[in-house]
Write a protein that binds this ligand. Structure first.
Ligand code: AHM
Ligand code: MG
Length: 324
């Protein structure tokens, strides 16, 4: 269960998946194929994002998504790309996406996995050339193979995730992955069309000096959160907020820090979605030695009740989250 530690930097994602296959839960090769399908879709999305300015596909598409937020064209494109790759790959029977109200059935009723995904997170940053990301979470289905998947397959709880990860489309494109044996990061080499292991066995510094939240909402935050933030300022910590969860999380993972999205008047249950934003990030952070909580319990222990439910999120370096 320590494959991450043994793999040398420079290994391609394909080789890594091949070598790690026996460490994956169930080790049938299906999860490996599924991860390859996600990687492939992310390369296509990387390409779309990088030419967005030229192709005039950035900007608002004018249609709302499930949560009634403005949907950007690239969100729609990313959603189509990931769903198509997972359908064609054959290992996924159903998908929950931030962009779709209902469960997306792939038609692969014999497949053993379901995927919860935010195809393109950080929607306010899409058409202004700022980092955005994809977040995904994988479960083994609990309904019988050969039948149509149901909500129950997605509502197993965060601790039942088989694998989770994110892709950060930043100054370089990076895929960060866990299957429950540590965290690995792969940087995309555009010229080779390959993800290359660049961050073996990622560990989050237990203490940090970065705090990340939307300062405009501070008046809405619970008193203890306001007090914690005042303390961060008093100690001259660094405030950093991109407004893309993946990018803010990733910076704090590498440098040490805390990301907060408390309840606000506008979003009394928190803004972020439990299944495809909070759970996968919490799985990764715990695997990297950090913590994630909703303020009452560990995010991974929060019992899910609906597929698009929201949650407050406090995530990052262990000592900072504990102190908060
Ligand atoms: P989205 O799924 O509509 O992109 O919303 C999620 C994003 C996160 O990436 C980010 O951390 C947060 O919303 C920013 O919200 P706000 O603009 O309210 O600070
Ligand atoms: Mg999102």
């Amino acid at each position: 269960k320590n494959g991450e530690l043994a793999m040398p930097v420079g290994t391609t994602l394909d080789r890594y998946i091949m070598r790690r296959q026996n460490d994956f839960p169930y080790a049938t090769g299906e999860l490996s194929q599924l991860l390859r399908d996600i990687a492939l879709a992310s390369k296509i999305v990387h390409r779309e994002i990088n030419r967005a300015g030229l192709m005039d596909i950035a900007g608002s598409a004018g249609s709302g998504n499930v949560q009634g937020e403005t949907q950007q064209k690239l969100d729609v494109i990313a959603n189509i790309r990931f769903i198509r790759a997972l359908k064609n790959g054959g290992e996924v029977c159903a998908i929950i996406s931030e962009e779709d109200d209902d469960i997306v059935h792939t038609g692969n009723v014999n497949a053993r996995y379901v995927v919860a995904i935010d195809p393109l997170d950080g929607s306010s940053n899409i058409d202004v050339n700022v980092s955005i990301g994809t977040i995904f979470s994988i479960y083994r289905r609990i309904t019988p193979v050969g039948t149509e998947a149901t909500e129950a397959d997605f509502l197993q709880g965060g601790r039942c995730q088989i694998a989770a990860g994110y892709i950060l489309y930043g100054s370089s494109t990076l895929l960060v992955l866990t299957s429950g044996a540590g965290v690995s990061g792969f940087t995309y080499d555009n010229s080779l069309g390959e993800y290359i292991l660049s961050h073996a066995n990622l560990r989050q510094p237990p203490v940090g000096t970065i705090f990340s939240c939307n300062d405009g909402n501070v008046e809405d935050y619970p008193a203890h959160v306001q007090a914690y933030l005042s303390d961060c300022r008093r100690r001259r910590f660094t405030g950093r907020y991109i407004g893309s969860l993946v990018a803010d999380f990733h910076r704090n993972l590498i440098k040490g820090g805390i990301y907060l999205y408390p309840p606000t008047v506008k979003s009394p249950n928190g803004k972020l979605r439990l299944l495809y934003e909070c759970y996968p990030m919490a799985f990764i952070v715990e695997q990297a030695g950090g913590r994630a909580t909703n303020g009452h319990e560990s995010i991974l222990d929060v019992a899910p009740v609906s597929v698009h439910q929201r949650s407050a999120l406090y995530i990052g370096s262990a000592a900072m989250v504990d102190e908060l």
